[in-house]
Design a protein around this ligand. Structure first.
Ligand SMILES: [Zn+2]
Length: 213
């Protein structure tokens, strides 16, 4: 119970602090939201995008799931992308993986394979299968995990590029840009892997350069 009380108390302190610094902080947000970025990241509790980008409320439209996977059959994420592009008119989408991702480690280990978690991780095992030679060529388990993290960001960003709302935005001439990043838990820094825009030849997008060394 102590943890619950602590969360509530921290929330009250935070709300009070915002009002001291900016009396209109909350009233400004009541009418609408106009975020600049759609952020697709991992659910990992250590990877908090608003905090490590210092984005204020209203800045990031966020979707998180285990291992930051983008699957056409995931109605939740497809609705998020549809809304972000079609209604919020967002033109910047980030897919962000992270160092030491537990979902990616599990995909490498090949377990679990059953239940909701095992089924979900099947999408990450698909990425491993498609990049197996390169991942297995890494010298140790950490390196294999982090190379798969990078390959996974690349594959998921391509999945974003293949969604109907993104293709429609590009066909309409919008300057919609997709960014593949990783967050390094060891130093708190974001590192860029690849960018995709409407002029990118998707079939020519190769494996990203290694950044998680
Ligand atoms: Zn993760």
């Amino acid at each position: 119970m102590h943890e619950v009380t602590q969360l509530m108390l921290h929330n009250r302190a935070w709300a009070a602090e915002q009002l001291v610094e900016d009396p209109d902080f909350f009233s400004r947000h009541v009418a609408d939201q106009k975020p600049v970025f759609l952020w697709i990241g991992c659910s990992d509790s250590r990877v908090a995008p608003d905090q490590f980008t210092q984005a204020l409320p209203g800045g990031l439209f966020i979707h998180r799931n285990i291992a930051n996977l983008v699957q056409p059959e995931d109605g939740n994420l497809m609705a998020v992308i549809d809304f972000a592009i079609g209604v919020l008119m967002i033109d910047r989408i980030v897919v962000c993986g992270h160092y030491g991702c537990g979902g990616i480690k599990a995909a490498l280990a090949g377990t679990p394979t059953t239940g909701p978690l095992g089924e979900w991780l099947g999408h990450a095992r698909d990425v491993y299968r498609d990049h197996e030679d390169e991942v297995n060529a890494q010298p140790d388990e950490d390196s294999r995990t982090n190379r798969l993290v990078e390959c996974n960001v690349r594959d998921q960003l391509l999945h974003v590029a293949g969604t109907a709302p993104v293709k429609a935005a590009w066909a309409a001439g919008r300057d919609l840009q997709l960014h593949g990043w990783v967050y390094d838990i060891r130093d708190g820094l974001l590192k860029s892997l690849l960018d995709i825009d409407r002029n990118t030849v998707l079939a020519g997008v190769g494996a990203p350069q290694r950044v998680l060394v």
